[in-house]
Write a protein that binds this ligand. Structure first.
Ligand code: SF4
Length: 341
């Protein structure tokens, strides 16, 4: 005999699910943080209640960040030829990808031109990214001088991503005016050895801590869609919360032919929105920056990231893959009534 469905019953069960997510959101809006058991429950609920999760993630974003969105663009100061073996990366020497095996280093004028272009297009923050395990010696001196020049000539905030940096060199970068240092965890400590074997998770934590100690903003996050579990995602978010970074870049795998993850399945757009929203609940006052993989994976749902709690975007091209024109991103933010900072 077919089961009778009472419209009232269906409504009650909808309300009950909504109330649980609402309770977590209310707790966060009152200034509290969710702990692991609650996050686990929220994660379970999020799969069948994405609309509720997004609604509250957006409320948390608005309460903590208003209508402002940070925007940055990057240039690959050194591209390719990296000795490390990150399984998702086109720049690793370990894999046969389309990127040149000899590192390509931009000179001062090429970096200045990229910074000027970003400024002219209305992007307030500019990052210089180097491939490789570390940068030191004369190359670091050159980057310090360039930071001072960009600050003086263009009044732009300069960010750097240079791999492993010692405490002493981090202090030098900070004194030169580097506003934020990027160094990602990539994934959880458990999953990390499945993705990288040439350096340790602890090395990454040490560099992040050195940046924090030097008084710089620290931009540290990871990449999703690399075979991690939901527990790995939560672990990484909690580790970033423990470290106290102020910006979490969220990259979504763009599979690169020739790398071990070259044939990995891409994350569906709504799953990406769910991950961003879950991070907004776990890290309510931390900037969440949707970076690599946005265009390829989110397609027409790109503008939904702000509704999921995102407060920053990487615009223009990424290091080894094409991004979106700055003009299109600025128009999207304007259409949404959001202000670029
Ligand atoms: S992610 Fe960075 S460290 Fe890893 S292989 Fe690519 S350039 Fe090298």
């Amino acid at each position: 005999m077919p089961r009778k469905i009472s419209p009232g019953g269906a409504k009650d069960s909808f309300k009950k699910m909504n109330q649980q997510i609402q309770q977590y959101a209310t707790k966060i809006l009152a200034g509290q943080l969710l702990e692991r058991p609650d996050i686990g429950q929220l994660s379970g609920l999020s799969k069948d209640n994405l609309d509720d999760l997004l609604y509250w993630a957006n409320e948390i974003r608005k309460a903590n960040f208003g209508n402002t969105i940070k925007m940055c663009s990057i240039v690959g100061g050194r591209l390719g030829g990296c000795s490390q073996d990150c399984a998702f990366c086109a720049q690793s020497l370990h894999y046969d990808t389309a990127i040149d095996k000899t590192p390509q280093v931009l000179d001062d004028e090429q970096i200045m031109a990229a910074a000027k272009e970003a400024k002219q297009k209305g992007v307030p923050n500019f990052g210089i990214v180097y491939s490789g395990k570390k940068v030191d010696g004369g190359e670091l001196d050159r980057l310090i001088a360039l930071t001072k020049r960009i600050k003086a000539e263009l009044s732009m905030g300069v960010c750097m991503s240079l791999g492993v940096v010692s405490e002493e060199n981090m202090q030098r970068l900070s004194r030169a005016g580097v506003v934020r240092f990027n160094h990602n965890l990539e994934t959880s400590e458990r999953h990390f050895p499945e993705v990288v074997t040439t350096h340790k998770y602890a090395d990454r934590i040490k560099t992040i801590e050195a940046g924090l100690k030097a008084g710089m903003g620290v931009c540290a996050g990871g990449i999703f869609g690399i075979g991690e579990t939901e527990a790995d995602r939560i672990d990484m978010a909690l580790e970033l919360r423990r470290l106290g970074v102020d910006m979490v870049p969220m990259n979504f795998l763009h599979p690169i032919a020739g790398t071990p993850l070259g044939k990995a399945e891409k994350l569906p757009p709504r799953e990406i929105l769910r991950i961003v929203a879950l991070y907004r609940f776990i890290l309510p006052k931390t900037h969440l920056k949707v970076a690599g993989g946005r265009v390829l994976n989110l397609r027409d749902l790109q503008s939904w990231i702000f509704h999921a709690g995102c407060t920053a975007i990487l615009t223009g091209n990424y290091l080894t893959t094409a991004g979106r024109a700055v003009e299109d991103d600025l128009q999207m933010l304007k259409d949404l009534g959001l202000k670029t900072i």
